[in-house]
Write a protein that binds this ligand. Sequence first.
Ligand code: OKV
Ligand code: MN
Length: 258
Amino acid sequence: FASALFISDLHLTPSMPLTAQRFFDFCEKDAPKVDAVFILGDLFEYWVGDDASSQSPFQQEVKRALANLANKTKTFYMHGNRDFLIGSDFLKKTGMTLLADPTVVEISGEKYVLCHGDSLCTADVGYQVFRTWVRKSWVQKLFFQLPVSWRRAIANHLRSNSHAQYQRGIRNSYAQNQIKTNVTLEACGAILRAHSGSNLIHGHTHLPNHHHEHLGEQRWQRWVLSDWDLDHPESTSPRSNALLINNQGVRTLDLIKT
Ligand code: OKV
Ligand code: MN
């Protein structure tokens, strides 16, 4: 592709209408201008199966926006740590192509390794254990056997638990918690070595930035995508940015200003 846009961590839910509106605007105005759009996970705040809310007006609207965009440009989607149960039904209805985590792409002659980012947070051992279990296909098959109401109950339970854990983490040791919820140099170095790459793009941490990093002799650049939570304006971190890559190089697109 000659040009591409990258977004992640929109955490769409009906309770965050401003964020959803920004996404619909993005699909109409910004996204059709490039050759490919990459959604690197956590498009939704939670997902318990394609069958669970397929009839909700909110889901219908998101699907319509994505299907419409797929008619204008190539769209790719990678699972995040929240919406990893998005399946073939949703992908078919939206016309998106599922990407493995990680995936290597070439944009305007340069190679980039793409991932959601949660697999790089190797200091958070508790989360990695959770991830290994819920990503097993037999565990997912069992989960899908449950009625939607049970799946929702389990999701609500896990989500409130994780929120409480996170709050406790902040109270106990803010610095420790920041290390735990960020990517490690070792994991980034390993994934780039495995794919002979020196450019990494990911989301997940909600710490948008452009880093020049090294581990011994190995050097790389790392772009971190921002989250999109516009319904909580008290936070001061940059929000709702997309990464644009074309023949001019890599730059951040501030969707709030454009
Ligand atoms: C996603 C996270 C909730 C983090 C559960 C098997 C199990 C899948 C699931 C249930 C939860 C996704 C699908 C959600 C991510 C949380 C809380 C913390 C840190 C099973 C397969 F357990 F029953 F076996 N889930 N949902 N968390 O609500 O979207 O990533 S979720
Ligand atoms: Mn995430």
